[in-house]
Design a protein around this ligand. Structure first.
Ligand code: NAD
Length: 417
């Protein structure tokens, strides 16, 4: 049996640490440890060849003290209930931190979508919505996108929900195509949010992005958009990578060319204005900001000592392991944690809900102005708590988020203290 802790165990370890710092009551911790509702569904799918297969789907609703629950939907072959539970807990924290009046949820189907025909995928998505229908809706639980759920999938989800309920209800889902009620700017929200939080944190330290050397691991949706915003702010992007490796130019890469290449080919192969290097070498480059935007657990106790940056800005979820963070802190490297840095996507998903409830859409400038305000306020709040309590930014962010959920639970009478 594998000794590696599961995602939920990791989330609970984090909760225990912060619960100690906050001296939380057993009642409060008990509620936070326990998702309110878990659903497992077996989805029958008629394949194109006439055979019948079953796929397992999940939905976890963590805590609704602050409002209806919200969170993405993953289509991934290794999806499990443990994963979905952990991610629903993370969403409760992210939403609370950014003052989004919502709790956390997450869902998924254990499937590799690339092995299905378009028709099979559409039928599977519609069947999933039929299966979880009693538990979702704009006032209850609003599923959004995640890995494997692009806008087309969210459009099928929305259509199936409306077909079954017999009413038009765009607010029931996040991440829809704009023509079906999706928000302007959603595709760039997380990347721009990263920049807004970094700018605010630099500002509080008497610095700005002008001339800062930036290295980005993972040049996908998030990393590529973030790179353009960094350049717009006067920073110099010296290194980028994708799953196959990276490229480095200490004088700065041509980000316009890189963005065109990724848009055209889906990768960064063929870029010629720098030297090739591996992802491990890229993480160890000297820079001002290291921005992991690929996968979890990239900065570990094995490589943390070799990291030569001043700031780690976490675009990906969980790119720094807890042991690595201790090493970085000893080296005086400031880690801006994922829940502070990459909450922009969740914020704009909330904006999408608000716009859909009003049947009115904001233009991109309005969306980004509101996003900026929330990202800056969140960064400010977290830095103040960190300074006041003398804790790292990650713990300060959790303390802020958990404090709000606990206050709401107490006021509702769920817990006494
Ligand atoms: P994406 O699939 O578009 O891009 C991922 C990038 O990482 C690609 O360039 C891929 O080639 C690269 N990559 C994959 N495996 C790698 C490896 N082993 N080493 C180095 N690079 C590797 O995904 P995305 O939407 O850009 O998301 C990236 C990360 O940010 C994920 O952790 C995601 O959970 C997190 N995140 C994204 C959003 C969002 O709105 N896009 C919001 C919050 C968090």
């Amino acid at each position: 049996m594998s000794q590696k802790p599961t995602a939920y165990e990791i989330a609970m370890q984090g909760l225990e640490q912060v619960a100690k710092l906050m001296r939380l009551s057993d009642e409060a911790v008990g509620y936070l440890r326990t998702p309110q509702r878990l659903l497992v569904v077996e989805i029958p799918l008629r394949m194109d060849d006439g055979s019948l297969r079953f796929f397992t789907g999940y939905r976890a609703q963590h805590n609704s003290a602050l409002g209806p629950v919200k969170g993405g939907t993953r289509l991934h072959p290794e999806e499990t209930m443990d994963d979905v539970k952990a991610l629903s807990f993370w969403m409760s924290i992210k939403n609370a931190l950014a003052n989004i009046p919502a709790g956390g949820a997450k869902g998924g189907i254990a499937v590799d979508p690339s092995t299905l025909s378009p028709g099979e995928l559409e039928r599977l998505c519609r069947r999933y919505i039929q299966a979880i229908l009693p538990l979702i809706g704009p006032q209850v639980d609003i599923p959004g996108p995640d890995i494997g759920t692009p806008q087309q999938v969210m459009a099928w989800f929305t259509d199936e929900y409306e077909r079954l309920t017999g009413r038009h209800e765009p607010a029931a889902f996040a991440g829809k195509p704009p023509i079906l009620g999706g928000s302007a700017g959603r595709d760039r929200a997380t990347g721009l949010g990263l920049i807004f939080s970094m700018e605010k944190i630099l500002e509080m330290r008497g610095e700005n992005l002008e001339g800062k050397k930036v290295v980005i691991q993972g040049y996908g949706n998030l990393g590529s958009h973030a790179s353009r915003f960094f350049v717009e702010k006067g920073a110099v992007v010296t290194g980028i990578s994708d799953v196959h490796g990276g490229i480095y130019n200490p004088k700065g890469l041509d980000i316009k060319a890189a963005f065109e290449t990724i848009t055209r080919t889906g990768g960064i192969k063929g870029l010629k204005d720098g030297d090739p290097l591996t992802n491990q070498e890229l993480l160890e480059l000297p820079c001002d900001l290291l921005v992991p935007c690929a996968l979890q657990s990239q900065i570990t106790k094995e490589n943390a000592d070799k990291i030569k940056t001043r700031y780690v800005l976490e675009g990906a979820n969980g790119p720094t392991t807890p042991e690595a963070e201790d090493i970085l802190m000893d080296k005086n490297i400031c880690v801006i944690p994922d829940i502070v840095a990459n909450v922009g996507g969740a914020v704009v998903a909330y904006f999408e809900l608000v716009q859909d409830l009003y049947l009115y859409s904001w233009d991109e400038a309005e969306v980004f102005a509101k996003l900026k305000q929330i990202m800056r306020k969140t960064a400010d709040e977290v830095c103040s708590i960190a300074a006041e309590k003398n804790v790292r930014l990650r713990h300060a962010a959790w303390m802020s988020a958990l404090g709000k959920i606990i206050t709401a639970m107490r006021l509702r009478g769920w817990i006494k203290h």
